[in-house]
Design a protein around this ligand. Structure first.
Ligand SMILES: [Zn+2]
Length: 252
């Protein structure tokens, strides 16, 4: 039976975790069983995801948003105590990959988003000191802002929040999954027609209007569903595991 340490070694290497100075630890976060035959993947290590892992007797949880974020209180109280207690008492491993799973050129959220949304990747760029988490390219079919918003809703199953900066067709686009709305102004200087991310802030509206650049917020959860699934599928093939994905509905 595959051992946890071999799966971790392989995944850490594929994702080049050592290259990232992340907001939380990448790889193993809570240790459980030594041998792994089943993985449950999800976007965030919520209690609902852990409860599902208990229900199906998964050996390992694989997530994009784990625990122990920089700046968060280190004490184990409240929902954090309950989550970790459930993991430990059922010996379920919690494995999390954050920025490396946004940036990876094939498995990452942004690469997977390009496939899902028919966007051609031309280059990756650094954002906020994180290597290659920004993506830039072209829409395979040019669309104006309203058409692209409908396209996002169709493909991601969630209505985007968007600001139409101009009436022109969008061709060049930059994107970064999750909560990357604070990088909008930095991205505008790259000369793209539109920026797509997961969340929105009030000031994004004014930047979009005054710079006449389209801004799209398609959901933090909705834009980060795909990287963890691509990674899980790779691990399943490599180590002959069983796997399922638990998609907890999240409108944000
Ligand atoms: Zn995220």
């Amino acid at each position: 039976m595959p051992e946890l340490k071999h799966i971790l070694e392989y995944a850490n290497n594929v994702l080049s975790v050592d290259q990232y100075n992340d907001y939380g630890p990448n790889g193993l976060q809570v240790e459980g069983r030594r041998e792994i035959k089943s993985i449950l993947a999800g976007v965030s290590a919520s209690q609902a995801l852990i409860d599902e892992a208990v229900r199906i007797n998964a050996d390992m949880l694989l997530v994009h948003h784990g625990y122990f974020w920089r700046g968060e209180s280190p004490v184990l109280t409240g929902i954090k105590r309950k989550r970790i207690q459930t993991l430990l008492s059922h010996e379920i491993n919690l494995v999390a990959y954050h920025l490396p799973l946004d940036a990876h050129p094939e498995l990452g959220n942004n690469a997977q988003l390009a496939l899902k949304l028919d966007m051609q990747v031309e280059q990756r760029f650094d954002l906020g000191g994180a290597i290659g988490i920004g993506y830039q390219g072209q829409l395979k079919t040019a669309m104006d802002a309203d058409q692209f918003a409908s396209h996002l809703e169709r493909k991601l199953g969630r209505k985007p929040v968007y600001v139409k900066g101009n009436d022109k067709k969008i061709l060049s686009i930059a994107w970064c999954s999750g909560g990357a709305q604070s990088y909008f102004d930095e991205v505008i200087s790259r000369g793209v027609d539109a920026y797509l991310t997961g969340e929105a802030s009030e000031y994004n509206f004014h930047s979009a209007m005054e710079n006449q650049v389209n801004f799209f917020s398609a959901g933090h959860h909705a834009t980060e569903r795909y990287g963890v699934q691509a990674l899980a599928e790779l691990l399943v093939k490599k180590f002959d595991l069983t796997y399922s994905f638990f998609d907890q509905e999240n409108p944000i």
